[in-house]
Design a protein around this ligand. Structure first.
Ligand code: TGC
Ligand code: FAD
Length: 387
């Protein structure tokens, strides 16, 4: 027997340092997350503050950023950390993606020196948490239509509007909020507790239950000029942050798929049906072989995109291709694994159904599969079909 990843000799594509980082994150997940995550999921609760500190100690928060207390690791190392976190639960990878790739990246890329000094070192340590407010109740796939406004009043800015489906919202110390101004879309750092800024958690989710998702309400929120991110102008500001988080998902989704497949191979070896192991049937082996193929192809794609990112040549279209393919295939793998577990597959005793329902959110957030299809359609034809 060989492990699904060994089939493709994936480790030969990684440096020793990358393998070490992967193993470290895996050990932390085994110790701090896996024993509890099904309970968090069932309760719909996450000890986000404690986890952020633990993950900060490991160095995964903003780990691909340089300076300001960030680890300055390569893209593949960051991707492998996302893979291990999502093998535990997509909600944990989300916590890290939003913190490092969306909130910290926005400040790192577009913030003033003062903003960077104020927020990044503490966020890298997990002492402070960030969220990223782009989506609104009526504008998800089409953020260009956003209604949240920021208007100048004297030397201040006054923000009004509502952001929806915001990961880490109610546990965040700072929200990166994107708003329409006279000079186009701009980003603002809104500290928790600012008068007029309230946060309400989204209840009754049946996906990503081990993740905090919130509504942000901005009602006459007055901020000083220094709260604006000086470097971001227009929609390309927030969209460039999405590239970073989408890249992490290219790896992360394969982590969820790998956990499903490993669980299922073990189960099929032990479970007897009609007096023989489930694994001994050709129909089962076909399913396992197909899943191993898609997993291997997805992992190879992820590493390839990671190397392009490290070389500085990765394009948004390539990220879309990776996100579309790997999340779609991970979801198919999770669903197929679920069939092999039979009735046991619908309980939280096994991680498979949890991954499957989590991946429904992953398919939708960071650009739906339809939006990424249209990004590729535009790249191939030169014609934008979004509008
Ligand atoms: P369009 O006219 O094409 O572009 C407007 C400006 O943005 C630039 N641009 C990009 N820049 C960097 N990266 C990208 N991926 C970019 N895509 C476009 C573009 O060059 C242009 O720049 P400029 O300087 O000429 O103004 O914009 P559009 O309005 O037609 O929309 C294009 C579309 C549909 C692809 C875009 O709106 C889109 O990606 N929509 C999906 C929205 C989305 O993904 N939201 C995610 C919210 S965050 C989240 O879900 C977090 S989940 C938690 C977790 O990550 O774990
Ligand atoms: P809609 O845009 O209304 O789409 C509905 C359907 O229409 C989809 O199938 C879509 O693909 C399709 N569609 C849309 N446009 C087209 C088109 N042109 N052609 C064909 N079909 C189209 N957002 C943030 O800003 N920050 C966060 O931290 C964050 N976290 C999230 C966490 C969770 C758990 C979830 C579920 C979402 C989160 N989101 C976040 C929001 C997420 O990015 C949006 O849900 C996503 O962009 C889709 O927007 P929507 O839900 O409004 O769907």
């Amino acid at each position: 027997m060989i492990a699904p990843t060994a089939l493709f000799a994936l480790d030969t594509l990684l440096t020793e340092e990358e393998r070490e980082i992967r193993n470290t994150v895996r050990r932390v997940c085994d110790r701090e997350i896996r024993p509890h995550v099904a309970d968090w999921f069932e309760a719909g609760e996450l000890p986000a503050r404690d986890l952020a500190r633990t993950l900060g100690e490991v160095g995964v928060l903003g780990m691909h950023l340089h300076g300001y207390g960030c680890a300055g690791m390569g893209a593949v190392a960051y991707g492998l950390a996302c893979l291990e976190l999502e093998a535990a639960d997509s909600g944990l990878r989300s916590l890290v993606s939003v913190q490092g790739s969306l909130a910290m990246y926005a400040i790192w890329k577009y913030g003033s020196e003062e903003q960077k000094q104020e927020w990044l070192p503490a966020m890298a340590k997990g002492e402070r948490i960030g969220c990223f407010g782009l989506t609104e109740p009526d504008f998800g796939s089409d953020p260009a239509g956003m209604r949240t406004t920021a208007k100048r009043e004297g030397g201040d800015w006054v923000l009004d509007g509502t952001k929806m489906w915001i990961t880490n919202g109610s546990v965040a110390d700072v929200a990166v909020v994107w708003a329409r101004t006279d000079e186009g879309i701009r980003g603002f750092l809104v500290p928790a507790g600012t008068p007029g800024f309230t946060v309400n958690d989204v209840k009754h989710k049946i996906s990503l239950r081990a993740s905090v998702t919130s509504e942000l309400v901005l009602d006459g929120v007055r901020l000083p000029q220094e709260a604006m991110l000086p470097g971001a102008r227009g929609l390309s500001g927030p969209l460039s942050c999405l590239n970073e988080a989408r890249f992490g998902i290219v790896f992360g989704a394969m982590g969820a798929a790998l956990d499903c497949l490993e669980t299922t191979i073990a189960y099929a070896g032990e479970r007897e049906v009609f007096a023989r192991p489930l694994a001994s049937y050709q129909l089962t082996q076909e399913k396992l072989a197909d899943m191993a193929l898609e997993l291997g192809k997805g992992l190879l794609l992820a590493v390839h995109l990671g190397r392009l990112k490290e070389a500085g040549t990765l394009t948004p279209e390539q990220v879309s291709a990776g996100k579309l393919n790997n999340v779609r295939e991970a979801l198919e793998i999770a669903r197929k694994c679920r069939t092999l577990l039979g009735a046991s597959g619908v309980t939280l005793e096994y991680p498979v159904i949890r991954h499957a329902v989590n991946l429904e959110s992953v398919l939708t957030y960071e650009g739906t599969s339809e939006i990424h299809t249209l990004v590729l359609g535009k790249a191939l034809t030169g014609i934008a079909a979004f509008h």
